[in-house]
Design a binder for this molecule. Structure first.
Ligand code: SUG
Length: 416
């Protein structure tokens, strides 16, 4: 069996809109009320998937969830006079950010030798807390082979869990056993700390991780207060490398030492505040990048184009490439529609180390399928959504039919 990293990107749903729902997510707040472009958003996401496949990497996807969400509308008794924010929650396309779909522990790390997945409960925000059951329905199909996978329920909502966005894995090659790092928050000033330490600990236990192969680290409250609502806004890991802003963790040296104690081969690539301020890192999403191992063995960093447009960030990237560190390429991608809601290239994907042959093939992507999905999006996704359209019957019909068209092309009508 050959284990590789498969990136499962969320296909941006037809109801993609800017409702300003995420307190502590500066892009979401500042774009609240803007007109959105769901068709362009979905095509941008699919373009990123194509570009990664062209690098020779395995690519999968997860589907948009049913919106407007009739279950939430029923459970909260949302009539036409309900608060706009709650109606918008039922329409949110936030499941596109699959880094928050689940936490994943690959088979080599777990006690029973299976890959474990726990959907994130996302309890901090109503529009996200509605996701996990429908997400799990997809995980149950995509990773339904119980010889190789175990899909859990989300953990108790008392403890907020944001999934892979607050989780990193260090290893010497993806198929080798790794050290898993869980990053939790305790405070964020006027913004919520979304990941609870006890959620991280529970996920580690559920997945059967060895205690000496787990590290718990606290996010820097200053980073949360500056808009790093998930750890993956200020750091990302791949194999031996931790690429991080110097202000990501509450106790920087303590964090590096704790990871190195469990994983001595650790290589830290730290970006100092003097080169890129925390604010600029959060604005450009330099760290919300996909840090990928290419088939050549080199590492590439897939960053949003916003990084190229920032003098400070781009000159730091050029400096990094010139100094011959472990990251050998920087590849900008345009995901501006997602970025305006606080979702960069890394938010849009869930990493699963597995043998692709053990995954339900309907969730794996190749060029021919990508073209079919693009055609469905081009024909069915609304070109734009104005905030006043949210809640309208006409738009609901368009959004529901668009998703159904996608399910049908992918032979996944069972998720309707
Ligand atoms: O949870 N935005 C998402 C962005 C998630 C990014 N994910 C990672 N960092 N892994 C969030 O804040 C915006 C929705 C709105 O405002 O309509 C939103 O949910």
């Amino acid at each position: 069996m050959s284990l590789v990293e498969i990136n499962f990107d969320g296909i941006v749903g037809p109801s993609h809109n800017y409702a300003g729902l995420s307190l502590g997510n500066i892009a979401s707040s500042s774009h609240g009320g803007d007109t959105s472009y769901p068709r362009a958003a979905a095509l941008q996401g699919l373009g990123k998937m194509r570009s990664n496949m062209e690098l020779g990497l395995a690519q999968g996807f997860l589907l948009p969830l049913p919106r407007p969400n009739r279950v939430l509308i029923r459970d909260l008794a949302l009539g036409a006079d309900a608060p706009r924010q709650l109606i918008a929650a039922a329409w949110s396309a936030s499941s596109m950010w699959t880094a928050n779909a689940a936490t994943v522990s690959p088979a080599p790390d777990t006690a029973d030798g299976r890959c474990h997945l726990t959907p994130a409960n996302l309890v901090t925000m109503a529009h996200r807390a509605q996701e996990w059951r429908d997400t799990k329905a997809q995980l149950d199909i995509a990773f339904g082979d119980s010889q190789h996978f175990a899909v859990h329920d989300a953990i108790l909502p008392t403890f907020g869990d944001e999934g892979a966005a607050n989780h990193m894995r260090f290893c010497e090659g993806h198929g080798a056993s790794g050290v898993e790092v869980f990053v939790y928050g305790t405070q964020g000033g006027k913004f919520p700390a979304r990941q609870h330490e006890q959620a991280s600990r529970a996920v580690a236990r559920l997945h059967g991780l060895a205690p000496d192969k787990c590290v718990l680290i606290e996010q820097n409250p200053e980073a949360i207060a500056a808009g790093a609502f998930h750890n993956d806004v200020v750091s990302v890991a791949n194999e031996r490398v931790l690429f991080t802003h110097e202000r990501a963790f509450a106790d920087k040296q303590g964090a590096y030492d704790a990871i190195a104690a469990a994983f001595p081969a650790l290589q830290v690539v730290e970006v100092p505040e003097s080169a890129v301020s925390l604010e600029e890192a959060i604005r450009t999403y330099l760290f919300n990048a996909q840090l990928l191992t290419l088939p050549t063995g080199e590492m590439a960093l897939v960053v949003p184009t916003e990084c190229q447009e920032s003098a400070a960030v781009w000159s730091w990237c050029e400096h990094m490439l010139a100094t011959n560190g472990p990251i050998r390429k920087v590849i900008p991608v345009d995901v501006k529609q997602s970025m305006a809601n606080g979702g960069g290239p890394a938010c849009l994907r869930l990493r699963v180390v597995a043998d692709p042959a053990t995954v339900d093939p309907r969730f794996m992507l190749d060029e021919a399928k990508l073209e079919r999905v693009e055609a469905v999006v081009a024909e069915n996704w609304p070109e734009q959504i104005d905030p006043a359209d949210i809640g309208s019957d006409a738009l609901a019909k368009t959004v529901i039919e668009a998703r159904e068209a996608l399910l049908s092309v992918l032979s996944l009508d069972t998720l309707a």
